[in-house]
Design a protein around this ligand. Sequence first.
Ligand code: SF4
Length: 272
Amino acid sequence: MEHHIISLGAGIQSTDLLLRGLDGAFDKIPTQAIFSDTGNEPKGVYRYLDWLINYVDKEYNFTIDVVSSGTIYKDALSYMNGERKRYEGVPYYTRNPITGKKGILRRQCTADYKIRPVRKRIREVTSKGDSISLWLGISYDEMQRMKASNVRYLTHRFPLIEKRIRRIDCINNFKAKNIPVPIRSSCIICPYHSDKYWIWIYQNEPDNFDAAVTLDEKIRNYPKIQGECYLHRSCRPLKEVIIDLIKGKELASKQLNIFPELIEECDGLCGI
Ligand code: SF4
């Protein structure tokens, strides 16, 4: 049996991939779309996802499957409080207070919270010997993000790249269909956010920004790490940095934009 499954991040590219796929823009029609919920997306992403679930149900009689392996924020706090043994794997920035040397922790969160739940669901709905193609919403202008599957039972496919569809084409497609354009999808607490994105969270979702600040303050004494951890690349308290930025101060160490503004979502490959 053939499966054509979309890894849905609910950002611009993967949502466009789903809609184009259901409209028959590619040689196959998607058989399933799976969204892996880290429990820590901006409210705007959840609002959009709810809208999209209803839209594709009504327009295409298609069901979006939402899976999860837990809430990354809650798990991060539980690990810090000693209530959870397994670390959440977020790539926090580190700074040795004596030498001043900076670093970054190994990223495990993408695998645990984005990739694993999707693959688990795929294994549940497929049988041994089935042909499984996992469609990833990477546009032509982001083709450097393409990665082959590292498991034998499924292959990755990049239909937007095959058709040379760019991010702007995706946006234009939403406009042509007269439907809302999604906002960027990624965890609120993601250390890869650009300053621009942190400011967006501060201004648009203040309670989520406060929650990120709470975690940022908690991770100073991260277990088994020599030095202090931070959500912001400058290795300064998040609140202080963002307030300085808003007041227009230049930052000594600008937040490296690992998620360049054109990369909209942690779709299981997390942009790097
Ligand atoms: S968005 Fe960031 S924090 Fe969330 S899973 Fe991806 S890399 Fe990890």
